[in-house]
Design a binder for this molecule. Structure first.
Ligand SMILES: [Zn+2]
Ligand SMILES: [Zn+2]
Length: 272
């Protein structure tokens, strides 16, 4: 049984002392590939460096909407040579995030959109799929994604899914995959599949009902450690917990979830 962690941040500070052993543990836990995802210029550079050093690692380069006020649209041009390097399989993570964070609040929406559009054209120029980050911004995001697709952009994945069933249908209709992280596992058991009103049960409803051949797995490590290890530093080896949770939700085997999601990841990122 093998997995692909389609979204991790092994290049972040949380792993500065033990990234190599985390990669080792991931391989022992059945991860046949990991995609190290950039969120800023420096973390994108590091993601590419990681992928080039380690077998089975791939990289994605992009600037997270969180950092949209720290870069200029011209900085996207500096991503281009990086994005052309070997083992870079996507542009991301890019998107819109309207959540008011305690740390830095919310970046101006227009600034976020400008950065997103510049990265969409980069993805189109290089014909790479995209890794989308969306939080509380579905209404603004979908029309922009639709334009990107109409203009010939390659779909990709909505990572760390947090939307409802209608959002999921729109993402699927646009040709995207949907990736689930450890927050899928956070809701109490009683709400499993009952479509309750809290956000976890909404995510669970989506994970239960969309076609398995459009689902990807991720850890988003070091964040969002799944149950039963919630609250600890997450790492790619823990992807099994999310896979098992999806299997239980859907009444299928973890082997089936592992098999199909691994094939899906290879398809969307061209890993073969
Ligand atoms: Zn994200
Ligand atoms: Zn991320």
């Amino acid at each position: 049984m093998t997995f692909i962690d389609t979204h991790c941040h092994l290049q972040f500070e949380a792993f500065e002392n033990d990234a190599a052993s985390a990669i080792d543990r991931a391989k022992k836990a059945g991860c046949e590939a990991l995609i190290v995802v950039g969120a800023m210029l420096d973390s994108s550079e590091k993601a590419v460096a990681f992928a080039q050093i380690h077998d089975g690692l791939f990289a994605s380069v992009g600037i997270h909407p969180h950092h949209a006020d720290k870069v200029s649209v011209d900085d996207v041009n500096t991503l281009e040579p990086l994005a052309k390097q070997e083992k870079v399989v996507a542009i991301g993570e890019i998107g819109l995030d309207y959540h008011p964070y305690e740390s830095n609040g919310m970046v101006d929406k227009e600034v976020q959109k400008r950065l997103l559009l510049a990265q969409f054209s980069l993805a189109r120029r290089l014909s790479l799929p995209i890794i989308i980050h969306c939080r509380d911004a579905w209404t603004d995001l979908f029309p922009l994604v639709a334009q990107y697709i109409e203009a010939g952009g390659k779909p990709g994945v909505f990572h760390c899914w947090s939307g409802n069933k209608d959002d999921a249908q729109r993402a699927l209709d646009l040709g995207f995959f949907i990736s689930f992280a450890g927050n899928l596992t956070y809701s109490p058991r009683r709400s499993l599949g009952e479509g309750g009103s809290d956000s976890s049960s909404t995510i669970q409803t989506v994970a239960k009902t969309i076609p398995l051949d459009r689902i990807l797995l991720e850890t988003d490590s070091p964040y969002l450690a799944p149950q039963p290890i919630r609250g600890t530093r997450n790492e790619p080896a823990f992807i099994i917990h999310t896979a098992e949770f999806i299997a239980r939700l859907r009444g299928t085997s973890v082997e089936a979830v592992a098999h199909t999601t691994t094939a899906n990841a290879k398809r969307v990122f061209g890993l073969d």
